[in-house]
Design a protein around this ligand. Structure first.
Ligand code: IMP
Ligand code: MG
Length: 178
């Protein structure tokens, strides 16, 4: 299907599952050849669950482990306003070589928060791998180590990515029709 509808919005086929598969293999190959020792992959839920499952099966580094995190935002007390907290990480990240797995990096606000929270936990190193990256929307200076594909500033769904929680199960990636 080259066009789909979600909640009265029309999306068109953007990256097929075959192309996604090649992109994922290529990121995995880059990671495999960088010489990261005993990596702890950290997949950021919910969006990256499909990407994480696929890329992990292409990783050949000995002793590779995977863990999952979710970012929770809640109202802080008084002036602090919104505070983010990592759910699912414990002290075992100390002195580990972390490789963050993201489905998509847009403004980079989420990424910046994740990195700040990990730095507090005294990890040895943090690298970032993302399936998709929107360079026109990115507002941060944090270098992204592994990028699957840079895309235009369009809204996309499928392969873990959602529109209002819908569409994560789609095997292909679709973009919102203008
Ligand atoms: P950022 O903090 O602006 O980089 O946004 C990151 C998060 O926003 C991602 O992890 C996604 O959950 C969501 N997001 C950004 N762009 C898209 C998109 O095109 N489709 C679906 N979700 C998106
Ligand atoms: Mg996400």
């Amino acid at each position: 299907m080259s066009t789909i509808n979600i909640k009265n919005k029309e999306f068109e086929l953007f990256i097929s599952n075959n192309d996604i598969s090649s992109i994922v293999k290529s990121i995995a190959q880059d990671i495999n050849t960088t010489g990261v020792k005993d990596p702890l992959f950290v997949a950021v839920l919910n969006g990256s669950f499909v990407f994480a499952a696929d890329i992990m099966r292409e990783i050949t580094i000995p002793n590779a482990k995977i863990s999952f995190i979710k970012l929770s935002s809640y109202s802080g007390t008084k002036t602090t306003g919104q505070v983010n907290k990592l759910i699912g990480v414990n002290t075992e990240v100390k002195n580990r070589n972390i490789i963050i797995l993201e489905d998509i990096i847009d403004t980079g606000i989420t990424l910046e928060k994740i990195i700040a929270l990990f730095e507090k936990k005294n990890v040895a190193d943090i690298k970032i791998a993302t399936l998709l990256f929107k360079p026109e929307a990115y507002t941060k200076d944090i270098p992204i180590d592994f990028i699957g594909r840079s895309i235009t500033n369009d809204f996309v769904v499928g392969y873990g990515l959602d529109y209002d929680e819908i569409g994560r199960n789609l095997p292909h990636i679709y973009k919102l029709k203008n």
